[in-house]
Design a protein around this ligand. Structure first.
Ligand code: SF4
Ligand code: SF4
Length: 540
């Protein structure tokens, strides 16, 4: 070869190698940027919503995944499964894309096996790179909320775990309460059970040690426990079931609900499914029967009187798996639901939102249920919003919880009061109020509490504002979930519940707010609902 020819050949090789380098860089850039975006938009969204705890049906094959892989998991695991499955897909697609972009014509002097091996290795490396970039995108979305208007799960998670605010019902665990026991039992209507005036509400129990609170309450004379599959996404039933191993089963009146760990069953659910969810509860509770099964948090007469739920109850009762039927309700349609329940004669127990300052019509409903049908009446929401953060000022006064419980115990037609136990202090604090009479100091505490919650307490029975909203926002539910988040400090449960609302408060952003002024309790509805939406959706 001449000198000129050699130089030309060197230049050509250098040009080819520069082109190859540029081509390879472009291919890498396409794969990495594409994977980053796909990871953000697809895997990140699945993970983000999975962490919030949307219903399993919100994800591809979500119901199947939940049922077969993690029936007792605290979240819709379909979100996480979909997130990681799509991430894997991004890795494979990235590797294939890179191999295609970098495909080379077969060279005569290169063995085909070696060329295929090189292509495979390059594709595999690109696949790993794509997987990594996709994971970065996914975490940027779900964990850090980059590109969203609020924090991702990390920011809210820190807030959730920060223990800010007063979590306890009273800031001091007084010595005088220690060792308190149940002092009074009342007849639970036609069930003929004599139940403790204080009922262990198990709604916030979860975790390995929660059962010890239940067991301690049993040891102190509590003989009625109220749980549900959707309390702590099955964690409550598991904790109660663990405690039940420590005490003869027939000494406890055990109530659960017709629902699943992920939410309520709509009217029209099949008889088989209604039966199945009770069987699942029995398995979690480790027992072969429950005393009471409620139509849970019932806000419509169609669900209350669904023939399928009644047929399922009758068959379960014949089989000895349930003993009594109940209904729990605290919604704006409480009057309709409660009236229909009384008229039907089908229900043995009614659990109602009932607390100091409740609207005057409720005692009349309780009288009817008690006098006409001999129904057992269980008061719930006894802490009237449980504005624990507002109780700091009561440090030197009586326990607000005790005053609120004594107020409920004053009504002889109310069999008992359910209240959430989720700290060992509660056993002492609540039972110290058992059998007590309402004192003037209690009335003062209740009055101060009412003053403290003006403008933020949404009454569970009310609903006066609902017709003012053209978007159909369930204002009472939105504010109730905000209450669970801010006041009960049950942030995760609140977000899970909010995520399941068919209509949420996203419509409030930018709305001209015709609802303003419609609340007789003076709540600035648009401000509260917008705040609720920001709080309960990770600021999405
Ligand atoms: S601010 Fe919200 S609740 Fe009020 S009318 Fe508008 S959408 Fe409805
Ligand atoms: S916001 Fe006011 S009017 Fe609306 S349900 Fe609550 S208390 Fe009633």
């Amino acid at each position: 070869m001449t000198e000129d020819g050699a130089q030309e050949s060197t230049k050509t090789r250098s040009r080819d190698s520069r082109r190859a380098w540029i081509g390879k860089s472009v291919a890498w850039a396409i794969v990495l940027v594409g994977s980053l975006l796909a990871g953000y938009a697809i895997s990140g969204e699945y993970l983000y919503h999975g962490v919030i705890g949307l219903d399993s049906s919100a994800f591809p094959a979500g119901d199947w995944v939940q049922r077969n892989l993690a029936p007792n998991a605290p979240n819709a695991v379909g979100g996480a499964v979909a997130a990681f499955a799509t991430l894997f897909g991004i890795g494979v697609a990235g590797g294939c894309l890179f191999a295609w972009l970098r495909r080379e014509p077969a060279a005569a002097n290169v063995p085909s096996g070696s060329s295929a091996r090189r292509a495979f290795l390059a594709g595999a490396m690109a696949g790993v790179g794509a997987l990594f970039a996709g994971a970065v995108g996914m975490l940027a979305n779900a964990l850090f909320g980059i590109g969203k208007s609020g924090d991702g799960w990390l920011g809210v998670g820190q807030q959730v775990n920060s223990n800010e605010g007063v979590v306890k019902t009273h800031p001091v665990w007084e010595d005088a309460w220690r060792g308190a026991r149940v002092q009074a039992y009342g007849r639970l209507g036609r069930t003929d059970w004599r139940v403790s005036d204080t009922v262990l509400g198990a709604g916030r129990l979860r975790g390995d040690d929660a059962w010890k609170i239940v067991k301690t309450a049993f040891d102190r004379g509590v003989n009625y426990v109220d749980t549900a599959p959707d309390y702590s996404t099955a964690g409550s039933e598991l904790a109660v079931g663990r405690a039940l191993r420590e005490i003869p089963r027939d000494q406890i009146f055990l109530a659960t609900k017709f629902c699943t760990p992920l939410g309520h069953l709509p009217a029209g659910t099949s008889v088989a499914r209604y039966r199945e969810v009770v069987e699942e509860s029995l398995a979690r509770l480790g027992t072969d029967y429950v005393d009471l099964v409620h139509v849970h948090s019932c806000d419509e007469t169609a669900r209350l009187m669904d023939p399928n739920v009644h047929e399922a109850f009758d068959r379960l009762k014949e089989e000895g798996k349930v003993r009594f039927l109940g209904v729990s309700t605290h919604t704006p349609r409480l009057v309709d639901v409660a009236t229909r329940a009384i008229d039907s004669g089908r229900f043995d127990v009614m659990m109602l939102a009932y607390h100091h300052g409740i609207w005057p019509m409720l005692p009349a409903i309780i009288d009817r249920a008690h006098d006409e049908q001999d129904m057992g009446i269980v008061a719930m929401k006894t802490l009237k919003g449980a504005k624990h953060k507002n109780l700091e000022g009561f440090h030197d006064a009586n326990s607000y919880a005790q005053a609120a419980l004594r107020w409920v115990h004053e009504n002889p037609k109310v069999s008992c009061a359910v209240i959430s136990f989720f700290e060992m202090q509660h056993v002492d604090e609540y039972l110290a109020a058992s059998g007590g009479r309402l004192a003037s100091t209690d009335r003062e505490v209740l009055h101060r509490y009412d003053q403290a919650i003006v403008g933020s307490y949404c009454a569970p029975h009310c609903g006066a504002c609902l017709s003012s909203c053209p978007e159909g926002v369930p204002i009472h539910d939105v504010l109730r979930h905000r209450m669970y988040f801010e006041d009960y400090r049950a942030e995760r449960d609140a977000m899970e519940r909010y995520a399941k609302l068919p209509v949420n408060a996203s419509a409030c952003v930018g709305c001209s707010a015709p609802c303003l002024g419609s609340c007789p309790l003076g709540i600035a509805i648009p401000e509260r609902t917008r705040g609720a939406h920001a709080l309960l959706t990770l600021g999405a």
